[in-house]
Design a binder for this molecule. Structure first.
Ligand SMILES: *Cc1c(COP(=O)(O)O)cnc(C)c1O
Length: 406
């Protein structure tokens, strides 16, 4: 008990104590809120600028309808894991739909991106494996590595030269290189082309977790790989694994892995998070299928999120805020994840509080989610924000964070 209290006190003293905020969005009984960007948080009306519902699909009428129809037809739960009796038409239809959408030959659903990483990595790695991971890779990748008991070698963010040195030194029989596609906290792209080259030169399998990139980047919304002009089918048929989630841009829930047919067969047989967990609810799968159809039918969402990201980045940069912005002149890769780096966790928290008082909901992201000394306001723009909303938000962000952004 004293340990519990001390740990909590310690977190509080460091400004790191967290608790979930209650957010109401979508249609309210009064009909007052009817979209994905105007919410009520802790009882206050606010403009939402920290959601991964990048295309506003979670409240799209066609998505809701698809889920309702599926629930009526198939019920609310799958009742068992996929390999027992939980595989229903919505699961196989969604696997076919994501294969078509991404242009690949084999796909497997997972219950979430977290399940995907903690299942796939141990399915491929053993104590005899060397795993090379980018220092900024998502927490679920690190957990997958830890479960596998492989040797974990973390390379500097996007540091392909250092990675090559490390690969040269490795005498492991199996090697994995794992990277986020679009990095979740810095909003920049992985050097996928260079990583793919290193992967074939050093006989190391490449895993790209593109949770934030799919649906938002690339002309057709196929993500970071398409954005960088690479061919997803060639990569996956060479054994690369691409992971994506349905919980972010697709406005639903669940995740998928893409690769060549044999790799997917192996993962199906070995990934414990796939084998030992109840299959996704069928209604969730039908909503995901609808999301893929909407993106195909309404490609303007992908154009709008690109425009909005560039507009917000330009506004914040114009105010002299320190946004993480690798190449300010290249809007092609200027993503919708826009971090404003602050002096300290406490200052980031105070700025977020001030913003919420002014009707703008942005979360402060603190260690351990990001490295010590790089606490930030992490702004995420959606395709549905209007220019007026973004203009007003940028002004308020300047007021709340301006003097404290390093
Ligand atoms: C969000 C995220 C995940 C987790 O996906 P969920 O479907 O939300 O569990 C995994 N990897 C990365 C890179 C992410 O950003």
């Amino acid at each position: 008990m004293t340990d519990t209290n001390n740990t909590l006190k310690d977190l509080e003293a460091k400004g790191l104590l967290r608790s979930p905020r209650l957010v109401t969005h979508g249609s309210t009984p009064s009909g007052e809120l009817s979209n994905s960007r105007h919410i009520i948080v802790d009882g206050k009306k606010a403009l939402l600028l920290c959601s991964n519902d990048y295309l506003g699909l979670s409240t799209h009428p066609a998505m809701k309808k698809a889920a309702i129809i599926a629930a009526e037809k198939y019920g609310t739960g799958a009742g068992a894991s996929r390999l027992v009796s939980g595989t229903m038409p919505p699961h196989t239809e969604l696997e076919d739909a994501i294969k078509r959408f991404m242009g690949v030959d084999a796909a497997l659903l997972f219950n979430s991106g977290w399940h995907a990483n903690t299942g796939i990595i141990p399915a491929l790695a053993t104590r005899e494996t060397d795993i090379f991971t980018d220092k900024l890779d998502h927490a679920s990748i690190l957990d997958g590595c830890l479960i596998s008991r492989a040797k974990i070698i973390r390379y500097p963010h996007a540091g392909t030269e250092k990675l090559e040195e490390l690969l040269k030194k490795s005498s492991a029989r199996t090697k994995l290189i794992i990277t986020d596609g679009l990095f979740s906290m810095d909003g920049d792209l992985a050097p996928i082309k260079e990583l793919a080259e290193l992967s074939s030169r050093y006989n190391a399998r490449l895993i790209i977790d593109d949770a934030h990139g799919v649906g938002t980047l690339g002309a057709e919304g196929r993500g970071s790989i398409e954005e960088l002009g690479l061919n997803i089918r060639d990569l996956t048929n060479a054994g690369t694994i691409v992971i994506g989630t349905f919980g972010k841009a697709f406005g639903s829930y669940g995740a998928f892995a893409l690769s060549d047919k044999n790799t997917i067969k192996l993962i199906t047989n070995k990934a414990r998070s796939f084998i030992y967990s109840t299959a996704l609810p069928p209604a969730v799968c039908m909503a995901s299928i609808k999301a893929l159809e909407i993106i195909k039918a309404e490609p303007e969402r992908i154009i709008r999120i690109r425009e909005n990201s560039a507009y917000m980045r330009d506004s914040l940069r114009g105010y002299g805020l320190n946004i993480i912005d690798n190449d300010p002149d290249d809007h092609k890769t200027a993503s919708m994840i826009i971090p404003v780096v602050m002096w300290s966790a406490r200052e980031a928290t105070e700025a977020a509080k001030k913003l919420l008082d002014n009707g703008i909901f942005i979360q402060a992201i603190r260690p351990p989610t990001v490295a010590e000394g790089t606490a930030r306001l992490r702004i995420t723009v959606s395709s549905e924000h209007t220019k007026d909303e973004l203009t007003r938000a940028a002004t308020l962000i300047r007021e709340a964070a301006g003097a404290k952004s390093i």
